[in-house]
Design a protein around this ligand. Structure first.
Ligand code: NDP
Length: 448
C-alpha cells in the first residue's frame, strides 16, 4: 500500500494532468495536500476509500450562455457557471461572483475551499460556487437587471432551497441579489430560502451584510488573544473597499484598532488618522465611486496607485479582503519588514503559497481564509434557518451566534493543530479539521 505522501502525490499528479492550466485550482489543492498528510497517516481508511480523488472532482459543473441587451440595444453574451462541488455535508452553498476574471479554474478553487470552510462552520451545508465573466463596473441599473434576469433564467433549473443555495461574492451585492431573486420568484413562485444575502425587507437576515467582515475580526481577535494580544491600539491595513473590507474596518475600529489604509483594484488610500468608515460607505455604497473620490473628500487621506501591499510603513496587522493571490512572496517579505505580526484573510486565497511560507518562516500569526472568513456563509445558513421557520431574528441574536461560531472555529483549529502535534500551526489545523469532517461524511455515504 502506498504511503500517505505517495498517495497525495499520485492524486495531485492526476489533478494536474486533468487540468494543467487550472492554476488557481491546482494552487488550492496543493495548499491542502501540503498539510493533511498526518490526517491520512492517522486514518488509513481515507486512502482505502480513495477520498482524495473523489474530493478534488466536483460533483457537477454547469456552464451556460447568458445573452442580454445593453443600453445601446446591442446583444451581449457572457459565460455563466455553477460548480456544485461537494454535498457530503448538505446542500451546495456558496456565492456567485461577477467579474471579468472569472474562469472555471477560479470557480473550482472557490468551490473546493468553500467545501472545507462550510464544514468548519459546523452547519449542515456542502460547498458550491458560481458566477460569470460579466463586468458590472460602469453598467447601468437596467443593464445589471437584464444580465441578472438572463443569468437566473438558466441557473434556476439547477438550484433550490434544499439543493443549492447561492449568495453574493465579488460584484454581487444586495442590488444583484434582489434582481436574481426577483427572476427566480417569477419563474418558480415565492421561495425565499433559495438565495441568501437578500435585503432584510425581502426576508434577508439582519447582520448578513456585516457578517464576513465582522466574523473576520472576531476570528482574528480570538487568535490574537490566544497569543496574549488584541486589536486594541494596533495599526491595521485592510485591502479592498467592498463588502468584506468595509465591515472589517468598522469592527477593527470598534475593537480599538486603527485602520490606516484600504484599497481598490487601482490603488489605495493612506490615512494615518484612521479610515472614516461613514465616508467610505457613502463613497462606495451610495455614490458608487472609486477611492479617489474618498481622498478628494478627506483632507488627511492621500491616494496612491498600485498595491497596498507595497506600502512600506510600520504597522501590526494585515487583513487582505480583496481577491485571490493579492499578496505574493515579495509583498509578504515587505510585511515582515513593516513588522506585521498577524495576517488574517477576509478574501479567499489572497496569499500565494510562497507568501504563506514567508509568514510561517517568520512566525506570523496566520488566519487562513477557510476559517477566518467563514462568518459570511455561517450567517447565510442562519438566514436559511430564519427563512425555513418564516421568522426573523434580531441583529443582536444573529451577531451573538456569529461570535459564537467564529470562537468555536478558532477553538477547533487550535485543538486540531495540537492534536496532530503541530501546536500553533493554524494552517494545518484548518485544513485537517475541515478535511476530516468532509472525509468522514463521504465514507458514511458510500461511493457516490
Ligand atoms: P466586493 O465586490 O464587495 O469588493 C471587492 C473589493 O476587492 C473591491 O474593493 C475591489 O476593487 C477589490 N478587488 C477586486 N478584484 C481585485 C483585484 N484583482 N485586485 C485588487 N483589488 C481587487 O467583494 P467582497 O467584499 O464581497 O469580496 C472580497 C473577497 O472576500 C473575495 O475574495 C470574496 O471571495 C471573499 N469573500 C466574500 C464573502 C462575502 O460575504 N461577500 C464571504 C467570504 C469571502 P474594485 O472596486 O476596484 O474592483
Amino acid at each position: 500500500m502506498a504511503t500517505a505522501r505517495e498517495y497525495l502525490n499520485e492524486v495531485y499528479e492526476k489533478v494536474e494532468k486533468r487540468g494543467p492550466h487550472q492554476r488557481e485550482f491546482l494552487q488550492a489543492v496543493k495548499e491542502v495536500f501540503d498539510t493533511i498528510e498526518p490526517a491520512l497517516e492517522k486514518n488509513p481508511q481515507y486512502m482505502k476509500w480513495n477520498i482524495l480523488e473523489r474530493l478534488v472532482e466536483p460533483e457537477r459543473i454547469i456552464t451556460f450562455r447568458v445573452p442580454w441587451v445593453d443600453r445601446d440595444g446591442r446583444i451581449q453574451v457572457n459565460k455563466g457557471f455553477r460548480v456544485q462541488f461537494n454535498s457530503a455535508l448538505g446542500p451546495y452553498k456558496g456565492g456567485l461572483r461577477f467579474h471579468p476574471s472569472v474562469t472555471e479554474s477560479i470557480l473550482k478553487f472557490l468551490g473546493f475551499e468553500q467545501t472545507f470552510k462550510n464544514s468548519l462552520t459546523g452547519l449542515p451545508i456542502g460547498g458550491g460556487k458560481g458566477g460569470s465573466d460579466f463586468n458590472p463596473k460602469g453598467k447601468t441599473d437596467v443593464e445589471i437587471m437584464n444580465f441578472c434576469q438572463s443569468f437566473m433564467t438558466e441557473l434556476q433549473k439547477y438550484i433550490g432551497p434544499l439543493e443549492d443555495i447561492p449568495a453574493g461574492d465579488i460584484g454581487v451585492g444586495g442590488r444583484e441579489i434582489g434582481y436574481l431573486y426577483g427572476q427566480y420568484k417569477r419563474l418558480n413562485g415565492s421561495q425565499s430560502g433559495v438565495i441568501t444575502g437578500k435585503p432584510v425587507a425581502m426576508n434577508g437576515s439582519l447582520g448578513r451584510t456585516e457578517a464576513t467582515g465582522y466574523g473576520l475580526v472576531y476570528y482574528t481577535q480570538e487568535m490574537l488573544q490566544a497569543n496574549g494580544k488584541s486589536f486594541a491600539g494596533q495599526k491595521v491595513v485592510v485591502s479592498g473597499s467592498g463588502n468584506v473590507a468595509i465591515y472589517a474596518i468598522e469592527k477593527v475600529h470598534e475593537f480599538g484598532g486603527t485602520v490606516i489604509a484600504c484599497s481598490d483594484s487601482d490603488g489605495y488610500i493612506y490615512d494615518e488618522t484612521g479610515i472614516d468608515v461613514a465616508l467610505l460607505k457613502d463613497v462606495k455604497e451610495n455614490q458608487r465611486e472609486r477611492l479617489t473620490a474618498y481622498a478628494e473628500q478627506k483632507e488627511s487621506a492621500a491616494y496612491h496607485e498600485g498595491s497596498v501591499w507595497n506600502l512600506a510603513v510600520p504597522y501590526d496587522i494585515a487583513l487582505p479582503c480583496a481577491t485571490q493571490n493579492e499578496i505574493d512572496e515579495e509583498q509578504a517579505k515587505q510585511l515582515v519588514e513593516n513588522h506585521v505580526y498577524c495576517v488574517s484573510e477576509g478574501a479567499n486565497m489572497p496569499s500565494t503559497i510562497e507568501a504563506i511560507e514567508v509568514y510561517q518562516a517568520n512566525n506570523i500569526y496566520y488566519g487562513p481564509a477557510k476559517a477566518a472568513n467563514a462568518g459570511g456563509v455561517a450567517t447565510s445558513a442562519l438566514e436559511m434557518a430564519q427563512n425555513a421557520q418564516h421568522g426573523h431574528w434580531t441583529f443582536e441574536q444573529v451577531d451573538e451566534q456569529l461570535q459564537e461560531i467564529m470562537k468555536n472555529i478558532f477553538a477547533t483549529v487550535e485543538t486540531t493543530a495540537k492534536e496532530y502535534g503541530m501546536d500553533g500551526n493554524y494552517l494545518a489545523g484548518v485544513n485537517i479539521a475541515s478535511f476530516v469532517k468532509v472525509a468522514d461524511a463521504m465514507i458514511f455515504q458510500g461511493i457516490v
